[in-house]
Design a protein around this ligand. Structure first.
Ligand SMILES: [Zn+2]
Ligand SMILES: [Zn+2]
Length: 431
């Protein structure tokens, strides 16, 4: 048997997982500051949900889904994204009958049968938010504000928000026709995918990364010139509210996003230092999606952000805050003699009960070896229990960071280590 994880998966080991917890705390906090509540959804759904909810001309549905038949002969798919499952849940639990809007966020693993490459995995993680039940342009700006707040809180200062409007079912058909007219002379230069897209979904050709296709679309007509009055006004107000929030953006007429059901606002967050995979996240308005999935006509907007890429970007742009230097223990208790093990155990429980992380040796090591092991754990403090000390009722407290050692009366030890370890809140956030 081969002892390695499947291709495209990776383990997040403890040296890294604490960074994930730190990132997840930022994500929970940012979403909640804007009034979004967490929804936890299953990792697999009926295949049909994604065919309808993501769109069957998309790469995700055509090439990348993990689909299998379960023992009950049902076609099941590991979720490739979080919007369609959120929509399914919104409809299934009749959330639309409650006061709107519904503001949800989610995070967790997603699955796509992609060709593994740097920074891309077949099991990867996304955070996303969805706002259902309002077409107010202010919510479009708010959704982007959440995304921007997250990257800023992570210490990422180099980024660009790209913005476009992809119109609506009233104005897009006219543009689509105009685009087909424009693209027809270039049809034979398109990549295989775009030859297929050409009649089904020609807008997708605009964001094809193939050089031949990019060359062909260079002088394409801009959708923004074809927007109907409603879409035009909506777009104006989105831009005005972004300005109120102090959020800079770049208008990008080529930004159409991969999914079929986007309407009006579309946006992407680009990071300069991620190379070929510059987009860390993106989203848009999808006013037709909930109806398409079997619910009542309900507007919606959201975004998703890739967490592997987000963490990588934070580590590059803000290395001090995101370097891996985790110590699982604050206080390590060592004993001069094995017979003091019970004293160590009761002291440990007291320290833990006071909210600090504490541990001891479990391999009957010598005092010297215990000290060495304590150093490896990265514990800030070491407490020594010895014959002499026990008799006189105190502990030796060694501060590994300041390289100093003091005798502390047994009844003051908890207060003493607390005063060293527990920092005021401002300091914790400055870290
Ligand atoms: Zn329109
Ligand atoms: Zn192409």
């Amino acid at each position: 048997m081969e002892i390695s994880g499947p291709r495209g998966t990776r383990d997040i080991l403890p040296e890294e997982s604490y960074l994930w917890q730190k990132m997840e705390n930022i994500l929970h906090q940012a979403a909640q500051q804007y009034g979004f509540s967490e929804v936890r959804l299953p990792v697999f759904e009926h295949t049909e949900l994604f065919e309808r909810g993501v769109g069957d001309t998309t790469d995700i549905v055509q090439k990348e889904m993990y689909t299998f038949t379960d023992r009950g002969e049902r076609s099941i798919t590991l979720r490739p994204e979080g919007t369609a499952p959120s929509v399914r849940s919104f409809i299934e639990h009749k959330i639309f009958t409650k006061a709107q809007p519904t503001k949800w966020y989610y995070m967790g693993p997603m699955f796509r049968y992609d060709r593994p490459q740097a920074g891309r995995f077949r099991q990867f993680h996304q955070f996303g938010i969805e706002a259902f039940g309002t077409s107010d342009p202010d919510i479009d700006a708010e959704v982007m504000a959440v995304m921007v707040r997250i990257v800023k809180t992570m210490g990422i200062s180099q980024f660009q928000l790209h913005l476009n409007s992809v119109g609506c079912p009233d104005c897009r058909p006219l543009y689509r026709e105009r685009l087909i007219q424009y693209l027809t002379p270039f049809e034979r230069d398109f990549c295989g995918d775009c030859k297929q897209r050409f009649h089904k979904n020609p807008l997708r050709i605009l964001d094809c990364k193939n050089p031949g296709c990019q060359e062909a679309v260079k002088g394409h007509p801009a959708l923004s010139d074809y927007l109907c009055d409603r879409c035009g006004q909506h777009f104006e107000q989105v831009k005005n509210t972004l300005a109120l929030y102090g959020i800079d953006y770049v208008l990008n007429p080529q930004l159409v996003r991969g999914l079929d059901y986007y309407t009006k606002t579309a946006f992407e967050l680009l990071l300069p230092d991620l190379g070929a995979q510059a987009a860390v996240g993106g989203g848009g308005r999808y006013d037709g999606l909930i109806e398409e999935c079997g619910g009542p006509p309900t507007p919606g907007i959201g975004f998703a952000i890739g967490l592997e890429r987000l963490l990588t970007a934070a580590q590059k742009q803000n290395p001090e805050a995101w370097q891996a230097s985790y110590s699982p223990v604050d206080v390590f208790v060592v004993t001069a003699e094995n017979e003091f093990a019970p004293d160590a155990c009761s002291l440990l429980e007291e320290i833990r009960g006071s909210g600090m992380k504490a541990d001891k040796d479990y391999l009957s090591r010598s005092l010297k070896a215990q000290m060495k092991f304590a150093g490896k754990t990265g514990a800030r403090l070491v407490i020594v229990i010895g014959e002499e000390e026990k008799k006189k009722g105190y502990f030796v407290l060694r501060d590994m960071k300041l390289h100093e050692q003091r005798q502390i009366p047994a009844d003051q030890i908890i207060d003493e280590i607390k005063s060293i370890l527990v920092k005021p809140e401002e300091e914790q956030y400055a870290e």
